[in-house]
Design a protein around this ligand. Structure first.
Ligand SMILES: CC(C)(COP(=O)(O)OP(=O)(O)OC[C@H]1O[C@@H](n2cnc3c(N)ncnc32)[C@H](O)[C@@H]1OP(=O)(O)O)[C@@H](O)C(=O)NCCC(=O)NCCS
Length: 451
């Protein structure tokens, strides 16, 4: 059996990715940092400086020092990233940055089975010796201005703390659900598909993960094209992987023998009661409803297991309707995928809409990057045309919506209703019910990884 990738055309082609990686640093942020005696510099992944950049980033997240093996592995898989540091020439270890940030051009899936180029931001740390002097703000604004100048319509990130990024226009747009399921209480009432579940090697899992993900990610708003290093982490296939031997991998093949789903999990024994082990699902990827049902059923019916845990699931999982006792599942929702629109017309024209309507959006942007007045005209087939309107111009019959770029970003993937934001007094509209229907979507957005 062979599984061949059938990727859709890239919306972020290699040439655009290279151009963003090589784009010069933002002059405004460079000047602001220089006024405080700090240097804003790119760090090349192949240079010696990358290892101290990495150590500072790990320390910033309160993590331990990286080993030579881990540094070598990180170097090998970081080539796609634009790596930047802020340096303090007066510090005793002036070669190590006082602050770090990394970014790259990726793809974000949006409602309607499409994707949009998006600047992913990661590794934001400011050394505790340099905190609260505006360094993070300079780096964030700098990367957003650079992405905007490069014509990238969207930015995205996952966060350690929820309070950090709203001020730059980012909004939580896809929640993550963490599940704990009491397996004996759950009782499977879902389908029992005809295909089969089999164990596979971690190496085979590593091979299949990107293939299946690329085939299915555009159907799920919020998902991104996953950098290869993440798949190594899930599969435990790198030399620096910890406890790789604990990972068990299975795949689901349909009746024709095609691989349609994958799962990797670990089992933690309960030494007081060997019938009560806990399964932790590292990653579950299903291309079809059958694969989804078969893999979850396999996990929930494992012998000697009392609880299954999984995280980064969608807020609205079919799994809840495949178990007899919904209270067997404890589900906790957390903000997860943050997005920030940088180009309103392009962002709005890329996604699809469930309702035909004409909406006039009056959008404010604290960073002055994407605000303005935009006429969104959605046709019967759900595609939209967006026109930028001059200040003060209105359109007969259009529903007006006044909101900030953060609120528009929050509703963009369909994860929250405009009506909810209106009730929270964060959005105003002459006809909020219709406006909310226009921006709604039938599946909850999801992002299955951290980055
Ligand atoms: C979070 C962190 C990057 C902030 O860096 P910093 O240089 O001190 O931040 P700045 O001085 O530029 O502050 C920028 C703004 O964020 C606010 N802010 C900074 N840290 C904050 C925190 N932990 N909680 C809430 N607000 C915070 C500041 O008040 C400031 O607000 P304002 O500009 O609107 O007045 C830094 O403390 C850090 O590295 N923390 C550990 C790693 C981490 O959590 N990184 C974020 C990864 S997602």
């Amino acid at each position: 059996m062979t599984t061949t990738p059938q990727p859709d055309a890239a919306v972020a082609p290699a040439s655009d990715r290279d151009a963003f990686r090589a784009a010069p640093l933002d002059e405004q942020s460079r000047t602001r940092l220089a006024e405080n005696g700090l240097e804003y510099r790119r760090v090349e992944v192949g240079d010696d400086g990358f290892s101290s950049w990495l150590q500072v980033t790990a320390r910033g997240f309160q993590d331990g020092e990286r080993s030579d093996e881990q540094i070598a592995a990180a170097r090998e898989r970081s080539g796609y990233r634009r790596v930047t540091g802020v340096f303090d020439p007066a510090a005793p270890m002036a070669d190590a940055p006082a602050a770090t940030i990394a970014s790259w051009l990726g793809e974000l899936s949006v409602p309607g089975g499409r994707a949009i180029p998006s600047a992913a931001i990661s590794a934001v740390t400011v050394s505790p010796t340099h905190r609260r002097r505006g360094i993070a703000r300079a780096m964030l604004e700098g990367e957003l201005r650079t992405a905007h100048a490069a014509g990238i319509p969207m930015a995205m990130l996952t966060v350690s703390e929820s309070t950090l990024y709203g001020r730059y226009g980012f909004a939580p747009a896809a929640a993550a659900a963490a599940w704990r399921i009491e397996t004996r209480r759950a009782t499977w009432i879902g389908p029992r598909p005809e295909g089969r579940v089999d164990f596979i090697s971690r190496e085979r899992l590593r091979e299949l993960l990107p293939v299946l993900h690329d085939r299915s990610r555009r159907r799920v708003p919020g998902e991104i094209d996953v950098p290869g290093g993440h798949w190594d982490n899930f599969a435990g296939t790198r030399p620096d992987a910890e406890k790789a031997g604990d990972k068990r991998a299975v795949h689901y093949t349909d009746a024709s023998g095609e691989v349609r789903g994958l799962a990797v999990y670990t089992v933690r024994e309960n030494h007081d009661d060997f019938t009560k082990a806990t399964v932790n699902v590292g990653y579950l990827l299903a291309e079809t409803d059958d694969a989804y049902a078969a893999l979850w059923r396999f996990l929930l019916e494992l012998d000697l297991v009392a609880e299954v845990q999984a995280s980064e699931l969608a807020a609205d999982e079919p799994l809840l309707w495949m178990i007899a006792d919904q209270r067997a599942a404890t589900v906790t929702l957390t903000d997860h995928q943050y997005v920030r629109i940088l180009d309103v017309p392009r962002a709005l024209e890329t996604r699809r809409y469930p309702v035909a309507a004409t909406v006039l959006l009056d959008v404010s942007d604290p960073l002055g990057l994407a605000g303005g007045r935009f006429l969104l005209e959605v046709g019967a087939e759900g595609a939209a045309r967006v026109t930028t309107l001059p200040e003060g111009e209105t359109r007969e019959g259009a529903i007006t919506v006044t909101l900030g770029i953060q609120e528009l970003s929050a509703v963009y993937l369909g994860g929250v209703s405009l009506a909810t934001l209106a009730a929270a007094r964060r959005v105003q509209s002459g006809d909020i019910e219709t406006a909310a229907r226009v921006f709604g979507w039938h599946t909850a957005p999801r992002l299955s990884i951290w980055y």
